[in-house]
Structure formats: C-alpha cells, structure tokens
Design a protein around this ligand. Structure first.
Ligand SMILES: Cc1cc2nc3c(=O)[nH]c(=O)nc-3n(C[C@H](O)[C@H](O)[C@H](O)COP(=O)(O)OP(=O)(O)OC[C@H]3O[C@@H](n4cnc5c(N)ncnc54)[C@H](O)[C@@H]3O)c2cc1C
Ligand SMILES: *[C@@H]1O[C@H](CO)[C@@H](O)[C@H](O)[C@H]1NC(C)=O
Ligand SMILES: *[C@@H]1O[C@H](CO)[C@@H](O)[C@H](O)[C@H]1NC(C)=O
Ligand SMILES: *[C@@H]1O[C@H](CO)[C@@H](O)[C@H](O)[C@H]1NC(C)=O
Ligand SMILES: *[C@@H]1O[C@H](CO)[C@@H](O)[C@H](O)[C@H]1NC(C)=O
Ligand SMILES: *[C@@H]1O[C@H](CO)[C@@H](O)[C@H](O)[C@H]1NC(C)=O
Length: 599
C-alpha cells in the first residue's frame, strides 16, 4: 500500500515536471487557465508492449515531419509496472550482471523498426543469443524423443563470440547432402515471402487502412491461407527436411507443428539471417520509444472502462486507480488506441462495440529459466559422453507420429520429447564474470543476501538463490514446454537423483545445490496461427458511432486496435508495424481535417 502511494506521488510529480516543461517551451501556455490557441489532440494508448510503444513513437515522429497545426498529447497506460509487454528480462541468480529474456528474445535484420530503433537509440546489439558449452562438440541438436535427427558442430574457433550463436545454421543446412535441394527451396520461398511482406512498409501500400487490404495487395494470403505443411509441399521441400529442420523451428518459435501453423508464419521461422537481440534486454527499445514521445506514462495502471461522451466522438477512460483518474484522467481523449489483445484486456466499452474483435486461441506456454551446476545428461539422451550432448536442443516428432499429431495443440502436439526446446543461454562464473566490464557488479555474489534488488514478479514464482554455490560454474537454461515441468523431468535431463515428495512434484522442491535459481512463467505467448485469409480491422466502432449515420466518415476514425496483426504474424516487429501504421493513419487524418476545417 505504501509503495502504491509513493508510486502515485511520483507520477503526480512527473506530471507537474512535464507540465512545467511544456509551459517553458510554449508561450501559448503562459496562462494555464486560458484555452490554448493551437489545438491539442489527446491520444490514449492502452498497452506499452511493442505495439503501443511504437504507436506512441511514430505518432510523434510523423506529426513532427508533417508540421501539423495540432499539438499531440499522448498518454500511455500499462497494467504492468514496466514497459515492454511480452518483452521483459529477469536477472538470473538475481544478479544484475545476468539479465535474461523471459519473453520475446530475437529479432532479425530485416525488422526495420526494431533494427533502426536499436541503431538510432544507441543500444548495443548482442549477437550472442545462445552459448555453446566448452565441453560439447555440438552447438545444436534436434531431438525426436528417441534420437538426435540432426546436430550442428560447434565452431572450432576459440573466440567465444563467433562460436556462440546459430549464425551458421543456414550455411550448414545448405550443404547437407541429406536434404538435397530442400534447404535451397526453403530459402527461396522464405525470400519471396519476406520480399512481399516488406512492401507494406513503403508507399503506396503504407499506410494500409486494413490488414485485409495489405494481405490482398501483397498476395500474402497464398501463404496465410494454407498450413506450413502445404506451403512446403507446394514448394517441393521434402517431407524429411520439413519435419526434421523446419518443424523444429516452428516448435521452438510458435509451439506448433507444421499442420497447425500457417505458411507465412512457417517461413518467418526460417527467416533467421542476421538474428539479433539488444544487450541487456529488448524491452529497452520500447522503453526508449515511449520516453521519447509520450507526455504521460501511467504504469501499474489497468484501464477498465472506455466511455464515449454522449453525442461526441471523444472518450473518457477509467482505470483501477480512482486517485489517478481524478488527477490526470479527467479530460476526454480524442483518439484511443487499444494496444493489447482485446480478449485479455478486459475493458468494458460504453456504448458497446459493434463487431468486437473475435476471440482467438492463444498458445499456453510455460517458460522455465533455471541455473544449475549440472550439464545436460548424456544418459537421458542415450549418449556416451558429455561431448556428444548438444548445448541447445530443439525438438520434432518421430516419423510414425508426425501425421497424427501435426495439427494438434499443446500437450497433445508435443509428442515423445515432452518439451519444445532447451537452450543453454550462458555459462556463468559468478566469481569472476563482469570484473572486466562496466556493468553493475552484483551485490549478491559475495554476500549472504538472497533476494535484494529483485524486480516485482507479477504472478510468477521464483525460488531463493543459494550463495554457497557461487564459486562453481553455473549453466543458465531456458526450457519451453506445454505444461509445467516436474522435478523428476528436470532431475532426469540434468542427471541428478531425486525422489518426488508430492504428486505435483514441482521444480521448486528440488535441492538448492542442484537448482541454484529458478523462475517459472506461464504466458499466453502468441495465437495459434491457424491458416486464415480474413483479418480483423485496425478500427473499432461503438454502437452510437454507427447510429450517427453517414457522419463518421467525415469525422474520421478515432478508436483503433493494434492486435488484429497477431493472427497474421506475431512478433515484436509486426506489432511495432501495426503501431506505426495506425500512427500514420491518425496523422494523415489530422492533416486532412486541418485542410478541410469542419464548420
Ligand atoms: C515466451 C515468448 C517468446 C517470444 N519470442 C519472440 C521472439 O523471439 N521474437 C519476437 O519477435 N516475438 C516473440 N514473441 C512474441 C512477442 O512477444 C509478441 O508478438 C509481442 O510482444 C506483441 O506485442 P504487443 O505490443 O502487441 O502486445 P504485448 O507485448 O502483450 O503488450 C500489451 C501490453 O498491454 C498491457 N495491457 C493489457 N490490457 C491492459 C489494460 N486493460 N490496461 C492497461 N494495460 C493493459 C499489458 O500489460 C501489456 O504490457 C514471444 C512471446 C513470448 C511470450
Ligand atoms: C530505417 O532507416 C533507414 C535509413 O537508414 C530508412 O531508409 C528507413 O525508412 C527506416 N525504416 C523505418 C521503418 O523506420
Ligand atoms: C502496483 O500496484 C499494486 C497494487 O495495485 C501495488 O501493490 C504495487 O506495489 C504497485 N507496484 C509499483 C511498482 O508501483
Ligand atoms: C475484468 O473486469 C471486471 C470488471 O472491471 C472484474 O470484475 C474482473 O475481475 C476482471 N477480470 C479479469 C480476468 O481481470
Ligand atoms: C554472512 O553470514 C555470516 C554468518 O551468518 C556472517 O558471519 C557474515 O558476516 C555474513 N557476510 C556478509 C557479507 O554479510
Ligand atoms: C473493415 O474496414 C473496411 C474498410 O474500412 C470495411 O469495408 C469492412 O467492412 C470492415 N470490416 C469489419 C469487419 O468491420
């Protein structure tokens, strides 16, 4: 309760500072009681994930470049106490030297918005997304529950930076005699699809009034309308390559087999050239976007109601915080952008929406981050020595189950492996790591404190660390699975003895010397990308705006929705594109209204 009060006071303070700054910049605001002469257009953005952050940033960018006669005033709301949405880090071992992506972790060089932002904000790209353990000859393996169907050798180079990512994936795959022309055909199809997609960033396609228009004009419905499996068959990619390689990628990226994901998302999974991440966390991109553009950021604040002013096209927002509403939220907003999946936002609209966005099934994904002094067990994977165990393991289905499970979901789709992927993210040496770089040095590594400085944990569970083990090498693992992991499973894959004490057998009951740190998170990670040719609009309409007859056309749209993008493709970049597109639609509309003033 105390921190709530402090938080509210801080936001009030920030508001006063920004109001003061506004006044010192603009002589028109000299007298706060007088109506300002240049018109202020108030925008509310609900959700500060990649979509909402990008909308805020590009509203600001586009309005500046067009020299609008309107002052934009942007308020960003998020229910979480942080910016980033499904993009967030937690500190392994509760140590700030080891920020670790818990949600979205990778983007690629053709992701123009994220790539440009990383460059323009001066954020450090990190090429190092996975680490090869020194003991293993193999960087990556693909496991079907019985055997490894594919392995890539670790680079012999001793330089950590060059051996540590999956950059070599394509080069190796391309050469593989085993798959014939299939890798090349896949790469060609991927290039064609990515090329078609990139058109939507440019005029004349950009900005697109509806996703449907963009999909139709790029003919991408040829890929979204069929399953990954069908697209690959049409492209003459062999059954073997599809199952062993491409399906491993759709499983790690979207928790789906090839029968349960559309063709475009399948090819997106293969467009991994120039994979990158932001050092310290991708959320920094979105944090920076919001900081550079929003007039007000109200975190830890859930919007509960959006109510249209009777007879007008403006809206009042109500949040879970009446104090805050009284201070900052009393004025009406001219435009509202919902930047979160409608079905999870739990917002009540008055009057109700005509045709609210359809409910779509989201993947239920369990992410387990843990550190352990143990390496992946050769015995569990039927191998002789540590050197034979790949540092990271993707999975696929064995041939005899492939047809049967291909379009199923969750635990029914995962098959004999029982998990989607296990990645060794880093090899940690808490005693010596970071002594040579300038990042903050942990307060934990040499002290008895266990949980100091830890971030609020939302609804997640986290176990305590054990400082006794700090002198050992620790392996940091990330495991994706369709159900919570059990202690027994973890003890098997890491090769230590364990006798379960309960039927649930949670990982958190494992001894601290075996699992030195644990963080478990259940996500609604992304939609099941089932084949589809029709897509929801970026605009929402309330009952009354419809009843106003033909009028709305002249007044324009003022209720926008970003997450319709997610059933087309769900990535940080495409959500950011949705935000940039809606920002342009709004600015163009304001410009039009400026030229044809209403009487
Ligand atoms: C484990 C995992 C791995 C992933 N891997 C990748 C990857 O490697 N690369 C990639 O590009 N993408 C990846 N993704 C997908 C990516 O995270 C999403 O596509 C992206 O975050 C969607 O952005 P968004 O802004 O549309 O929604 P979100 O990121 O979900 O943001 C929506 C925000 O709205 C807020 N909100 C919701 N309702 C309200 C309300 N009523 N009031 C106020 N605030 C509200 C939420 O708190 C949230 O912060 C991954 C996702 C997960 C979970
Ligand atoms: C990214 O930056 C390049 C210039 O380096 C520019 O041409 C391009 O339009 C930018 N794209 C986006 C989406 O910002
Ligand atoms: C967020 O709000 C909750 C209660 O609504 C409060 O317990 C928590 O401390 C707040 N967090 C922050 C960072 O303000
Ligand atoms: C949705 O909102 C209603 C009313 O504001 C509230 O009673 C309910 O608990 C919320 N549900 C969820 C899942 O947040
Ligand atoms: C750690 O705990 C031990 C015993 O409880 C104590 O003697 C020691 O001073 C503590 N060290 C630190 C750094 O707090
Ligand atoms: C989506 O928008 C287009 C163009 O504005 C319109 O023709 C269509 O009816 C809309 N569809 C829905 C479902 O609202």
């Amino acid at each position: 309760m105390l921190s709530r009060v402090v938080f509210t006071s801080v936001t009030i303070l920030l508001h006063l500072i920004s109001a003061a700054a506004d006044q010192s910049q603009s002589p028109l605001h000299d007298d706060p009681l007088r109506v300002p002469q240049s018109k202020t257009h108030r925008v509310a953005i609900i959700g500060a994930g990649p979509g909402g952050s990008s909308a805020s940033f590009y509203l600001n960018q586009f309005s500046q470049s067009l020299d609008l006669d309107v002052d934009l005033d942007i308020t960003v709301f998020d229910a979480n106490p942080r910016i980033g949405g499904r993009t967030t880090t937690v500190n392994a071992l509760d140590d700030p030297r080891y920020p670790t992506e818990l949600g979205a972790s990778i983007f690629v060089k053709v992701n123009h918005i994220l790539y440009n932002a990383t460059r323009d904000f001066g954020l450090a790209p990190s090429g190092k997304i996975y680490e090869a353990t020194p003991e293993s000859q193999y960087e990556l393996g693909i496991w079907d529950g019985n055997q490894f169907v594919f392995k890539t050798a670790s680079d012999d180079d001793d330089d950590d930076d060059t051996r540590s990512s999956w950059r070599g994936w394509w080069d190796i795959a391309k050469l593989l005699w085993k798959y014939g022309l299939s890798p090349i055909r896949t790469q060609r199809a991927t290039k064609a699809a990515v090329g078609a997609f990139l058109q939507v960033y440019e005029e004349p396609l950009f900005p697109f009034r509806s996703l449907q228009e963009a999909v139709d004009r790029t003919a991408l419905d040829a890929y979204t309308g069929v399953s990954g499996r069908e697209v690959l068959q049409e492209t003459h990619v062999s059954e073997l390559f599809s199952r062993e390689i491409i399906q491993a990628s759709t499983r790690v990226n979207y928790a789906s087999n090839l029968g349960g994901i559309h063709g475009l998302e399948t090819l997106v999974c293969m467009a991994i050239e120039g994979a990158m991440a932001v050092d310290g966390g991708n959320w920094q991109i979105f944090d920076e976007m919001v900081k550079r553009s929003a007039s007000r950021v109200l975190l830890n604040t859930t919007v509960t109601d959006v109510t249209q002013d009777p007879g007008k096209k403006s809206y009042r927002l109500q949040t879970n915080d009446p104090d805050l509403d009284a201070h900052f939220n009393a004025d009406a907003y001219d435009t509202v952008i919902l930047a979160a999946p409608y079905q999870f936002a739990n917002i009540s609209f008055t009057p109700p929406l005509v045709d609210p966005p359809s409910k779509i099934p989201y993947v239920s994904l369990y992410v387990t981050l843990l550190t352990s002094p143990h390496q992946l067990s050769p015995a569990y994977f039927g191998l002789q020595s540590q050197a034979d165990v790949p540092s990271s393991i993707l999975t696929t289905l064995p041939e005899y189950l492939n047809d049967e499970l291909s379009s199923r979901r969750g635990v029914d789709a995962v098959g004999p492996p029982g998990f989607w992927s296990i990645s060794t993210l880093r090899v940690l040496h808490p005693d010596i790591d970071g002594l040579s770089f300038s990042g903050p040095i942990s307060s934990n590594s040499n002290s008895n404190s266990t949980n100091s400085g830890r971030r609020p944990t939302e609804t997640d569970t986290e176990s305590d660390t054990n400082s006794k083990t700090d002198s050992e090498t620790q392996y940091l693992y990330k495991i994706f699975s369709p159900a919570p992991l059990t202690g027994t499973f973890v003890s098997w894959i890491l090769g230590f003895p364990h006798a379960p004490t309960s039927k649930e057998d949670p990982v958190s009951t494992l001894p601290k010397e075996d699992i030195t740190w644990l963080y478990e998170k259940h996500w609604h990670s992304y939609p099941y990308e089932t084949p589809r040719r029709t897509f929801d609009n970026f605009t929402l309409h309330t009952m009354s705006s419809l009843m106003n007859g033909p009028e709305p056309e002249a007044e324009g749209e003022n209720l926008f929705y970003l997450s319709s993008m997610e059933s087309f493709i769900s990535t940080m970049e495409t959500s950011a594109l949705s935000g940039m597109n809606v920002a342009k639609l709004i600015i163009d509309q304001l410009q039009l209204q400026q030229r044809q003033p209403q009487t």
